[in-house]
Ligand binder design. Sequence first.
Ligand SMILES: [Zn+2]
Length: 405
Amino acid sequence: MVDGTGSGPIRDAAILIEGERIVAAGRSADIGMPDGARVIEAPAATAIPGLVDVHVHLSYSGSPDKRAFRAELVEMSYPLVALRAAENARNTLLHGFTSVRDMHAPGGTIIDLRDAVNRGYVEGPRIKACGMGLTVTGGHMDQPGWGDHASFLDMTYPCDGPIAFRAGVRAQLKRGADFIKLNPCVSFRKDPDTKPYRFEMNIDEIRAACEEAHEQGVHVGAHTSGGPPLRAAIEAGCDTVEHAHWIDDATLELMVKRGTYLVPTLLVNKTSSAAAAADPETPRGSKRWAELSEKAMWERLDRARRAGVKVAAGSDAGFMLEHGTTNAGEIELLVEGGYSPLEAICAATATGADILEIDAGRLIAGKLADIVLVSGDPLVDISVLRRRENLRVFKGGREVRAPAA
Ligand SMILES: [Zn+2]
């Protein structure tokens, strides 16, 4: 058993579950066997906490065409988007991810999906949803390039000015959001060698949105790229910074001091960089940006690990990455980037659960019994997590099964 606390593995482990929670976990000799207990034997398996992906987009298909994530939604009603998202959620759960954080979806589709999962209408992971991410007019999630006649009601939530961002936070929370997504700092591809990032929101807007979110007791997840705008976003109170390719040591120190989480999204960066390089139509600035960001992200990850920044696994599944089959690729890349398999598993369990404020992610007494039994030893070969046939998934003490074929 790898319990997610960061301690080494326990051989001959047992986990005692009552209802949806863990009553005891540890060496089986210490746990004992209560009368009448139902026993699930898994002699060649490793028990780990249910995996947590802190950056997904369940409403997107994961099509490799990078414009598809928006274009395909134009042809779908939001109820249909939500029904497709339910299938994405099921696949994610069957691949061992018992909790996810959804980082932007049209309308309230994923807020409703969360409620449908909680009510037992559909099978899926525990979901924390932000509703629509907040962005400036024409910004990261409100991108131009559409005919004047095209209308995207509630596909994004553009705000301009501090008051509008406060109202945006309130509107998402009214709809039922669990946290707020902002786009304070974006990539800049004009001359990436000198300046690969820029402010998108201004500092007053970032402050206002963070203040409003925190006042209402929710955290802020921020799409960022790097440099001074990233530092400003952290100073203004963003709690998790996503992507964040370019971070200097002083900012890493600030993150440690403030407890800011880094979600390095290695998999989506690698995937989109490879796609940009392979496509002859990629503009020169974008190609160069992809090269530079790829280099920066590994170098930054290494310094973040050594500085002791809290890092969580977030794949960005839904954007160029298929739900379920790809999410665990992020854990493999953390190992490729210098994390031990044990550290990478903690990033994808306990740390993720802390961000989501879900009482799971560690196999200790009192926690929700979200558990994955993995055939083989992920500490020896982390890639065993990727294959669904290796996994038996338990959410809240109940085994999740695929529908009969
Ligand atoms: Zn994303």
